[in-house]
Design a protein around this ligand. Structure first.
Ligand SMILES: *Cc1c(COP(=O)(O)O)cnc(C)c1O
Length: 357
């Protein structure tokens, strides 16, 4: 059988969740499991994240999947609902909504009694300068005061645009606006920390933190590795050597014959390609890991196969190749691909076989 495997280490997931607890001991943890748990598979991750206080997802479908799997924790829709008809479904399944524009407030008010009767919180989003979602600082104080007067329990929410950057001027503006609104609406619960912010600003952890990438053992910072952050990689993405070849100087490999050997080399063909979600374009030289040794990719990534230079590595057909995981970190592969670990994890296809411990 073709081997292209996504292995999920649930102990690593629990370890990383415990890291969040150490870093934010007084906050409740909303584990972000949107996009199929950042590509890890919600079904394989939720049990290991059982000790979370809540889950965060991007849409109703993702929330309903959690309920279908039998998990009863609070769930927050971090972008709220997308149409009026979703409100009743959300209430029926005890799914909490965020509100970031006036229409969502109208949809919420149309179901006010049912929403409040289920003790669901309303997450009210401040736009403090990221300029994606939310009410501006000039509007939100009224919005919150009115919601509170109507009997809703509110959480003030904000998202940093540059939590991964040191000394970005927008960080100070966003923090100041958040604290200003929090003060003006006191008492109110508050939440503004993703993974990067959890590490950087413990004083902003407040009532709920919203870790995502750190749970999965990838780094939110370009200049810090998971070892610096004491996190463990959760996903190991592997394939197998399916053919061996030797070529002479001047011969080429793969589509477009983009790689031409300078010397005689030994190469191996590995059962992985962009059809599995492995990236095709590598602006920088990428590597895979075999038995702890690095082997460079050569030629183009195809839909189902890649070629690697195994000169001197003495590898066999059937040998396991780590595309990313505990030895070759996803963040390092992402760097050679000109992207971030988040994207590589999320964009895996359905083809690789899924396994867990
Ligand atoms: C995805 C998301 C997070 C988690 O961000 P990470 O950088 O993965 O920790 C937190 N809050 C919101 C609103 C999000 O959309």
């Amino acid at each position: 059988m073709r081997q292209a495997t996504v292995y999920i280490d649930r102990e690593a997931l629990q370890y990383n969740l415990n890291r969040v607890k150490q870093l934010a001991p007084t906050a409740k943890i909303v584990s972000m499991v949107k996009a199929n748990a950042y590509g890890h598979g919600v079904k394989d991750c939720l049990a290991a994240l059982q000790d979370s206080d809540a889950f965060g997802v991007a849409c109703l479908q993702e929330a309903l999947e959690i309920r279908e799997l039998g998990f009863q924790q609070p769930i927050t829709l971090i972008e709220g609902i997308f149409s009026a008809d979703e409100m009743q479904i959300a209430i029926d399944h005890e799914i909490e909504c965020l509100v970031h524009h006036q229409q969502q407030l109208d949809w919420l008010r149309a179901h006010k009694d049912a929403y409040i009767a289920k003790n669901l919180k309303v997450w009210v989003k401040l736009n403090s300068g990221m300029n994606r979602l939310g009410f501006k600082v000039t509007e939100i104080i009224d919005v919150i005061h009115t919601l509170k007067a109507e009997g809703f329990t509110c959480v003030l929410v904000m998202h940093f645009a540059n939590a991964d950057a040191d000394n970005h001027p927008l960080n100070d503006q966003q923090r100041a606006q958040f604290l200003q609104v929090k003060e003006a609406c006191a008492p109110i619960m508050a939440s503004c920390c993703n993974s990067a912010a959890i590490y950087k600003w413990p004083e902003l952890n407040f009532d709920f933190v919203r870790p995502g990438i750190m749970l999965y053992g990838a780094s939110p910072f370009a200049d810090k590795t998971i070892h610096d952050l004491d996190l463990k990689p959760v996903m190991t993405f592997t394939a197998e050597i399916i053919a061996l070849n030797t070529i002479q100087a001047g011969e080429s490999v793969g589509y477009g014959s983009t790689f031409v050997a300078d010397n005689d080399i030994e190469l191996a063909i590995v059962s992985i390609g962009y059809g599995d979600g492995y990236p095709r374009a590598f602006p920088k030289q990428n590597y895979v890991s075999i038995n702890g040794q690095q082997a460079p990719l050569i030629g183009r990534v195809a839909m189902d196969m890649i070629a690697i230079d195994t000169t001197g590595l003495n590898v066999q057909i059937g040998a396991k190749v780590e595309l990313w995981g505990k030895t070759r970190l996803v963040d390092d592969v992402a760097e050679t691909n000109g992207t971030i670990g988040y994207e590589l994890l999320c964009r895996l296809s359905a083809r690789p076989v899924r396994k867990t411990n």
